[in-house]
Write a protein that binds this ligand. Structure first.
Ligand SMILES: Nc1ncnc2c1ncn2[C@@H]1O[C@H](COP(=O)(O)OP(=O)(O)OP(=O)(O)O)[C@@H](O)[C@H]1O
Ligand SMILES: [Mg+2]
Length: 442
């Protein structure tokens, strides 16, 4: 992860319009962790991350920012919803399980890297095992010339297996080693270990039954897993993954406002919300959490929390938790121009999605610029008149404009269909201005 803050913002700009402050703060937080890792250990220990709280009304890009980060990041990163957790002692997921999820994520990153490093070895192993099955072994005491012949045959066969020429052939394979992994992170690690040993025992017992007839093609996939577990030292993966999760891990805690206790809705509040907040305190502040793979210290894990805070306010969180998120960024509400930019400037924008979808039917959908302007304008207006649901409004508005065309797409096969400003107004004007209608339809 050695992208500069500018590069991170540039990457986010491709998908999220505006929200400069949020992007900047996050980019800087990520870079700070990179900088920290370059220091000596004593200093490293002193520098703890400053957690971030993103505040912005619904549909303005909070989750989108995290989703894009998650895809780009090579560091352990998970996104979780605060509202999914329950207080320790109650039925449900406890907050420590998010740390275990982070470790599982780190394991998969390190594993993928190791597999990439050992690609050739793994490949050879797979090819050898399959060739063994296809070519009966040479009887003992064969003459030297026979052995030479056999060697040549073997090499030729290996090549054919590798090139996929044998893919349809059926071979018998014992797949007992492929134990199922239990990664239920809600189980305490001791339980998870017990469960795992059970599954190992059963795999052993079933060894004979696990001979299966599979095509060479499938065998390649199955053996790849076996090869990876044989050739790569698991304990080194675990240690490395723990270290990375500990020092570089990021947890995006979405919907944090849903566990705040607002004064307005007191009484209806679930008392365990406060419990979840209390459970979060030690984790965010830094504590040890035991996982199946070892104990992890959460001191240096970066937390980015986000919430709309419509009903509640950040100050409705218990003070101890507020204090643990010192960096606050506010996301702006979306203006007409931002909505226009979201439609036209993002990679994979909604318009492109619709064009591609209807393209499947052989129809070319073209949005005229005035039409896009009108869509932005009417969406913004609808947000003003009813609830402000941000860019999500674009989804409902576009769906309304295109529903008929989408239904009749077969009639436009091979033809172009222009979405004009007139069409947009015809479909929407009445709906947007009529309060009741728009509440139902948009
Ligand atoms: N600034 C933006 N730029 C580009 N797309 C955006 C922007 N804001 C929102 N969107 C789009 O709108 C949709 C909803 O956005 P998102 O999920 O980020 O909302 P949110 O801020 O997390 O809202 P909530 O508080 O309801 O969870 C997504 O499809 C996203 O692509
Ligand atoms: Mg969201």
């Amino acid at each position: 992860m050695d992208m500069t803050p500018k590069e991170i913002v540039e990457y986010l700009d491709k998908y999220v319009i505006g929200q400069k402050n949020a992007k900047k703060t996050i980019a800087l937080a990520l870079r700070t962790r990179y900088r920290r890792m370059q220091l000596n250990e004593t200093l490293q220990r002193e520098i703890t991350p400053k957690n971030i709280l993103m505040i912005g009304s619904t549909g303005v890009g909070k989750t989108e920012i995290s989703r894009r980060l998650a895809r780009m990041m090579k560091v352990p990163f998970i996104k979780v919803e605060a509202s999914k957790y329950t207080e320790v002692g109650f039925v449900g997921r406890d907050v420590e399980s998010m740390i275990r999820d982070l470790v599982v994520n780190a394991i998969s990153i390190v594993k993928a890297e190791k597999e990439e490093e050992n690609r050739e070895k793994i490949n050879n192993y797979v090819i050898n095992r399959i060739t063994e099955k296809l070519l009966p072994p040479l009887p003992k005491g064969a003459s030297e010339s026979k052995q030479d012949d056999y060697q040549r045959l073997l090499e030729a066969m290996e090549k054919r297996v590798e090139d996929g020429e044998m893919d349809d052939k059926i071979i018998e394979l014992e797949v007992a080693q492929l134990q199922v992994e239990f990664d239920d992170t809600n189980l305490p690690p001791e339980m998870a270990k017990v469960q795992e040993s059970f599954s190992k025992v059963f795999a052993q017992i079933n060894k004979e039954d696990n001979k299966r007839e599979v095509s060479v093609k499938d065998a390649k996939v199955l053996l790849r897993q076996e090869a990876a577990s044989k050739l790569i030292d698991n304990s080194s993966i675990n240690a490395e993954a723990l270290k990375r999760a500990e020092n570089g891990g990021i947890i995006f805690l979405d919907e944090i406002d849903k566990i705040a206790l607002s004064e307005k809705s007191q009484g209806r509040n679930d008392p365990s919300k406060e419990g979840v907040q209390r459970d979060l305190l030690p984790i965010v502040e830094g504590s040890s959490v035991s996982t199946k793979y070892g104990t992890i210290n959460t001191d240096h894990i970066l937390f980015i929390a986000a919430g709309a805070f419509h009903v509640s306010k950040p100050s409705d969180l218990i003070p101890e938790l507020q204090g643990r998120f010192p960096l606050r960024v506010e996301l702006e509400s979306l203006t007409e121009d931002t909505l226009y930019a979201i439609l036209t400037q993002t990679d994979n924008s909604l318009l492109k999605q619709y064009e591609a979808l209807l393209g499947v039917e052989g129809m070319e959908l073209v949005f005229e610029d005035d039409a896009i302007r009108s869509i932005a304008k009417l969406s913004h207006r609808a947000n003003e008149l009813t609830e402000d649901i941000g860019a999500r409004r674009l989804h409902t508005v576009l769906e309304k404009i295109l529903e008929d065309i989408s239904f009749d797409a077969d009639e436009y096969k091979g033809k172009e269909f222009k979405v004009t400003a007139e069409l947009v107004h015809e479909k929407l004007d009445e709906v947007v201005e009529d309060d009741d209608l728009s509440r139902y339809i948009l």
